[in-house]
Design a protein around this ligand. Structure first.
Ligand code: NAD
Ligand code: TYD
Length: 341
């Protein structure tokens, strides 16, 4: 393995991953990204001159373009981060999710097959497993859990996973799948819970909490996701799925209160709004497989991770202000106008 195509590398996790892998390994990284609303090359300014890094603008659905990029650059490995990633957007309209997440993955798999490359890793999500009951804390998602999707986003990601599995079985391709819980950290687009709430708190605005705020998510610092992907890439058993998580369940409302407290803001800023349709109640990952078989474990505890994340958003206000202007504002109005009770 020498030359790696990272798709979606201008997004939140992809950009953190590129920095992580350049720092810790000696690969040549080709970042192939369409630069949708979520793709931001400012996430990568500190490494853009690195001799082992190259950005190429493009869509994973464009077969000929992807093929040319792979052959021109002697690429042997694909890590597919590229996706439409926000559940709320998938509720407002799911077409882009099917196009990029399903057809885009299928396009990459076909090219991977034709070119007989070395390894393909699909970055997936715990959301493919559906929702866990709130009152049965002993239950967590294992790799054996059936796929049971509830949002168009998770349905599109699950479809991609099933395609990957089918290409492994039918075409005997060297494919791996990772399924991670909710990530947080620097450069996360402020449409997702943690950065949105930090931005709203700093601006003295209302913080929109869906439903009763008692939905549970299992939070992992983004660098821990990146280290886990590297472990799976290097040591994972071909054809297998690896769950990644931090054993760190939080009620949404407690995260929101923690952010307000850290920023010394009043809980009066909290605004309960109409629930997200089909809102999954609880996610919790059992990551014992990757821990026991590959020796991975998270390096960050939540207390320090969230503190440094909040600090990062305070110190990088110009980054999120720029991101929150324009197209994003239009989306914000569309999503929240119908939710205010
Ligand atoms: P993101 O929305 O921040 O970034 C997605 C990136 O993909 C953007 O740079 C965008 O420009 C690019 N992209 C979109 N469509 C494309 C296309 N057709 N061709 C090429 N590039 C395209 O997403 P993220 O939060 O960084 O998530 C990355 C991956 O990790 C996704 O596959 C997501 O499903 C998965 N994941 C995310 C989380 C999380 O908490 N954010 C958790 C588990 C798994
Ligand atoms: P999100 O960051 O969108 O991730 P996901 O839906 O993929 O888990 O949302 C995390 C949780 O926060 C989820 O239960 C929905 C909730 N949420 C709110 O309560 N208010 C908001 O404005 C947003 C964006 C999310």
């Amino acid at each position: 393995m020498q030359n790696i195509l990272v798709t979606g590398g201008a997004g939140f996790i992809g950009s953190n991953f590129i920095k992580y892998i350049l720092k810790n390994y000696n690969y040549k990284i080709f970042n192939y990204d369409k630069l949708t609303y979520a793709g931001n090359l400012e996430n990568l300014t500190d490494i853009e001159d690195n001799a082992n890094y190259k950005f190429i603008k493009g869509d994973i659905c464009e077969l000929e373009n992807v093929k040319k990029v792979l052959t021109d650059n002697n690429i042997d490995t694909i890590i597919n981060f590229a996706a439409e990633s926000h559940v709320d957007r998938s509720i407002l309209g799911s077409r882009e999710f099917i196009v990029t997440n399903v057809l885009g993955t299928q396009t990459l798999l076909d090219i991977f097959k034709d070119l007989k490359l070395e390894k393909y890793l699909q970055v997936s999500t715990d959301e493919v497993y559906g929702s866990l009951p709130e009152d049965r804390k002993e239950l967590k998602f294992t790799e054996q859990n059936p796929i049971k999707t509830n949002s168009p986003y998770s349905a599109s990601k699950a479809s991609a996973d099933l395609l990957c599995n089918s290409y492994f079985h039918t075409h005997k391709l060297p494919i791996l799948i990772t399924r991670c819980s909710n990530n947080y950290g620097p450069y996360q687009f402020p449409e997702k819970l943690i950065p949105l709430m930090i931005a709203k708190a700093l601006d003295g605005e209302k913080l929109p909490v869906y439903g009763d705020g008692k939905n549970v998510r299992d939070w992992l610092y983004v660098d821990d996701h990146c280290s886990a992907i590297c472990e799976v890439l290097h040591k994972g058993k071909i054809g297998e799925v690896y769950n990644i998580g931090g054993n760190n369940e939080w009620y949404n409302i407690d995260i929101v209160k923690l952010i307000l407290k850290t920023l010394k803001k009043s809980e009066e800023q909290i605004l309960y709004v109409k629930d997200r349709p089909g809102h999954d109640r609880r996610y919790a990952i059992d990551s014992s497989k990757i821990q026991n078989e590959l020796g991975w474990k998270p390096a960050y505890d939540f207390e320090h991770g969230i503190e440094s994340t909040i600090k990062w958003y305070i110190e990088n206000e110009s980054w999120w202000r720029k991101v929150m202007s324009g197209e994003y504002l239009k989306y914000y109005e569309k999503n929240y106008a119908s939710k205010v009770k």
